[in-house]
Design a protein around this ligand. Structure first.
Ligand code: A1D88
Ligand code: NDP
Length: 447
């Protein structure tokens, strides 16, 4: 049995669940990996000079054993997230430490502690097998997977699954991720594949859409409401392209920050009107490595007031981190919120705390999304309320180049990867719904 036989079954309109259940599984499959014996390969280099094309490999790997509550999924397509960039440059730390720690938890989790890490935190594909105790999903089901892996044994996570002490991001802090022909997930990561999207379109939103949903919309995040002025950094990037859509769909007023006229155009095409090209306007929030320039915060704030008719920001959607955080805190209105999920430009932030406490502002830390938030975010995609922002699609062989593009900020929106899917455009089931949304679905394509 080979991966090709699985693909034939997926592409045959006559295949039934029983046919998938009866398919023998291959002993091995192709997967994108980083290697434990290469974690020091970039020692001494600047972050921007660490090249994912050198550390990312395409290997033939053995199929992992299937455990209780788990599913093996044939992956038709996946996407590149920034966490795979971090893994591939071994920053801020090597992900093999996460796998070792997970491996110490139980006999079953030991499977994850390997000398190679199969990465990737998104997938769209077809269930091949389910483990004992899985009743909601069957072989042959067309699915996407969110990337929250939790053990759920502690009461800490029973209200908000992100608070589980054994919370991990699948394909980053666990092995057997989505940039592969087959992936291993916990079955409660599975969600129905939006039926009007192709495999690669369905695989694109998952991680960033769910993250933006919690960070901006959910009451666990900023709890955005109608009319809010929302400052969105990187508004046409992975997270930002979904935050912008949530702001517009929720009746808020996005103030989109981007770094080129082309990206400004993308934001306009989504329906945003208030756009700041940080490159053209030349903001320099840091005079040197250690000194910020409050005059530049003020110039930025004035520009925002011009765009809003004199209003300040209710919510900042933060992720660039050190470079922008001082400005983000400054431009937030009295009582407003800075919600952050990352620190791409550096995690040791500096801001003037007087502007925080005297103006009763709040900083909220946010990370991915709980089970329910991930489900709700996927539901919005399935209903055609929020759309994938897929720009370019790579083959599995070219994943290193795809990760390089994301690392160097050469991409737009999301970057997809075909895993088993032989070409783009396959997997659409509801053509009528697709036709209704086709312009929005294609908005980011080939820019
Ligand atoms: C969905 C996509 C998301 C993204 O893309 S996010 C971006 C990518 N992700 C990242 O960049 C994050 C990468 N992760 C990290 O950098 C690290 O992961 C953390 C800094 C988050 C955590 O560091 P660590 O060293 O792994 O864990 P510790 O919790 O600091 O535990 C180390 C030891 O410190 C002890 N400890 C923790 N808190 C306290 C405390 N409050 N008082 C005393 N000790 C403490 C622990 O117990 C443990 O101890 P013991 O080594 O003996 O097990
Ligand atoms: N905690 C969590 O759950 C999650 C965290 N993340 C993290 O969030 C970060 C962003 O991810 P993602 O949106 O997918 O990445 P992308 O690279 O797709 O988008 C980020 C955008 O941020 C902007 N940007 C980058 N650097 C700076 C800077 N120094 N100053 C201002 N703007 C900047 C760029 O837009 P432009 O050049 O147009 O301004 C870029 O397009 C990553 O660090 C990632 O690991 C991502 C998802 C989930």
């Amino acid at each position: 049995m080979t991966v090709k036989d699985i693909l034939d079954a997926i592409q045959s309109p006559d295949s039934t669940s029983d046919d998938f259940a009866a398919l023998p599984l291959p002993e091995s499959y192709r997967a994108i990996t980083v290697h434990k014996d290469e974690t020091e390969m970039f020692a001494g280099l600047e972050t921007r000079d660490k090249d994912p094309r050198k550390s990312i490999h395409l290997d033939e790997v053995p199929l992992p054993e299937l455990g209780p509550g788990e599913a093996l999924v044939a992956v038709m397509a996946s996407s590149v997230n920034y966490n795979s960039v971090w893994t591939s440059i071994f920053e801020p730390l090597s992900t093999f430490g996460f796998l070792e720690r997970y491996g110490r938890l139980s006999e079953l989790t030991k499977r994850h502690d390997l000398p190679y890490h199969i990465i990737g935190s998104d997938l769209a594909g077809v269930v091949l097998r389910t483990g004992p105790g899985v009743n909601a999903w069957r072989p042959g089901d067309e699915v996407v997977a969110h990337c929250l892996s939790v053990e759920l044994e502690s009461s800490d996570g029973h209200n908000d699954t992100m608070l589980d002490p054994e919370q991990r991001i699948w394909g980053f802090e666990t092995n057997f991720g989505g940039l592969a022909e087959i992936a291993l997930v916990k079955s409660n990561q599975l969600m129905p594949k939006p039926d009007h999207l192709s495999w690669e379109e369905a695989a694109a939103p998952g991680l960033v859409n769910s993250t933006a949903y919690r960070q901006l919309v959910s009451r666990n995040g900023a709890g955005m409401k109608q009319g809010d002025n929302v400052l969105i950094w990187g508004a046409s990037g992975g997270l930002g392209s979904y935050a912008t859509q949530f702001a517009l769909a929720g009746g808020a007023n996005p103030i989109c920050v981007v770094s080129s006229e082309q990206k400004a155009d993308i934001c306009r095409s989504m329906g945003a009107e208030a756009i700041i090209d940080r490159n053209a306007e030349g903001y320099k929030f840091w005079k040197d490595e250690n000194t910020q320039d409050p005059k530049e915060w003020k110039r930025f704030g004035k520009r925002i007031r011009e765009l809003t008719g004199g209003e300040d920001i209710d919510i900042v959607f933060e992720h660039p981190g050190r470079e922008t955080f001082g400005a983000s805190v400054y431009v937030t209105r009295k009582g407003g919120t800075i919600t952050t999920c990352a620190s791409t430009s550096g995690y040791m932030h500096e801001y003037d705390n007087r502007y925080l406490w005297m103006s009763l502002k709040r900083i909220i830390g946010s990370h991915f999304a709980n089970y329910r938030e991930a489900w709700e975010a996927n539901r919005l995609i399935a209903k055609g309320k929020i759309h994938p922002t897929l720009s370019k699609v790579y083959s599995l062989e070219d994943t290193g180049q795809a990760a390089y593009d994301v690392h160097r900020n050469l991409h737009q929106g999301k970057v997809g990867v075909l895993c088993m899917a032989p070409e783009e455009g396959l997997g659409v089931r509801d053509h009528e719904k697709r036709a209704k949304h086709i312009d929005a679905i294609n908005r980011f394509r080939n820019i």
